[in-house]
Design a protein around this ligand. Structure first.
Ligand code: ADP
Length: 397
């Protein structure tokens, strides 16, 4: 047993009250891991991290998620682990905060795969394998939907038959909550104001993309819905589209539901508009005069601008617009283009600040009514922070 308590990845056993948290983030074909220890100073210590790719694919790094978890444990070289925090995409109505995993919770996570098939199945497989490999320590599940459990009924209710919606749990759940929660706290630090005083719009722009209206630290509206398909235009997902397009396609092209879903999930977004789903590629093509790429960027940024306006209205008063994730953190052109024309609403981007690199930073001109910020997200750290908070682990996270 190591001095600071907890199981070691070698001797397996013993409940831990302090020590490092292992974060497992299982995607459909990948597994990200990070071992973090509560720091004595401001930052937690990053002991190990890495990623296994193309799980279950020919030539991939692991045969399945159980195999991947086994490899992660090997890579930890018998380091102590006090607890494991697992990222789960869909928590449905049931999971509104982090939960200690038992057999019943695991079954519920598997059942919620009906709304996030690839993600929840991968998470459940990862949790199952990790509980087998690291028994005797707490395993927590943290949900991307949980941060949005505060949405008011007017924002989460779809205008369809209430009985049908009730029977099948059809409502807006929202996603990216682990990221948004972290970014909201970091933005408040950057602005040197209490979270409770701030109204923000968080734009999480990665492969998936969402906008969330946050009032005093609480999610009050968000663009993703029952599934992560609704809202902003994304790398390969359509985001908002007239629901009647599905009926029309079924009739005129005789497409099946699976084929239409594939169109919406994988053949849409930037990929559908110009053939490239990576914003870097789309930007460089647009810069060299490619019209399809130019239109793709316009559609992408127009949709963001529309949500900023809508959420400004939802919030009433707006203090900050916060960009995060791959595109939000790295694409000055997307940030500038998305907010162009919003000056009358007090939203301005300073070209020089927007062009500079760095960590959490302001990109609006000094004295602007609304602060525009870039804040790097860190989902693994957010999971470790929340796990440590639930378990009362020592150290600063
Ligand atoms: P995920 O949603 O999978 O976590 P990320 O948040 O890492 O993804 O975002 C990935 C996306 O970020 C890439 O597809 C790419 O479009 C975009 N991206 C990364 N770096 C840049 C950059 N320098 N400029 C523009 N876009 C970028």
């Amino acid at each position: 047993m190591p001095e600071d308590g907890g199981a070691t990845t070698g001797d397996r056993g013993g409940a831990g009250a302090a020590g490092p948290v292992l974060v497992l983030n299982a995607g459909s074909s990948s597994l990200k891991y990070r071992l973090l220890a509560g720091g004595r100073a401001e930052e937690p210590e990053d002991l190990e991290h890495g990623q296994l790719e193309r799980i279950g694919e020919p030539g991939g790094e692991a045969a399945d998620h159980a195999d991947a978890v086994g490899q992660v444990i090997d890579r930890l070289h018998n380091r102590p682990v006090a607890a494991v925090g697992h990222r789960v995409v869909h928590g449905g109505d049931r999971f509104r905060e982090p939960v200690l995993v038992d057999d019943d919770v695991l079954t519920a996570i598997e059942e919620l795969a009906r709304w996030a098939p690839l993600h929840n199945r991968a998470a459940a497989a990862g949790i199952h394998a990790a509980r087998g490999a690291l028994p005797g320590i707490p395993h927590l599940a943290l949900f991307d939907t949980a941060f949005h459990a505060t949405l008011p009924p007017a924002a989460f209710t779809y205008a369809i038959d209430r009985e049908l919606a009730g029977e099948y749990g059809i409502r807006r759940y929202g996603f990216h909550g682990i990221s948004v929660r972290y970014v909201v706290d970091q933005a408040a630090r950057l602005l040197e104001r209490p979270v409770a005083e701030l109204n923000m719009i968080v734009l999480h722009l990665g492969n998936g993309a969402s906008a969330t209206a946050v009032a005093g630290g609480v999610s009050v509206d968000t663009s993703m819905g029952l599934t992560p398909l609704e809202g902003l235009a994304m790398g390969t997902r359509t985001g908002d589209i007239d629901p009647a397009v599905a009926f029309y396609l079924a009739r005129v092209r005789n497409l099946s539901l699976d084929q239409i879903e594939n169109q919406y999930q994988r053949q849409g977004g930037l990929a559908g508009l110009c053939g490239d789903n990576d914003v870097r590629a789309v930007q460089s093509r647009a810069a060299s005069g490619d019209r399809d790429a130019e239109l793709a960027l316009d559609v992408y940024c127009h949709r963001i601008r529309k949500y900023v306006g809508a959420y400004h209205a939802v919030l009433g008063r707006l203090d900050a617009v916060v960009f995060t994730a791959g595109v939000g953190e790295h694409s000055g052109p997307v940030r500038a283009r998305s907010l162009a024309g919003l000056e009358p609403m007090g939203i301005m981007v300073d070209p020089e600040r927007n062009g500079a690199d760095g960590g959490a930073r302001l990109i609006s001109p000094a004295g602007s009514a609304v602060s525009v910020c870039v804040v790097p997200t860190d989902e693994e750290r957010s999971i470790a922070q929340q796990t440590a908070a639930v378990l009362g682990l020592a150290g600063s996270w």
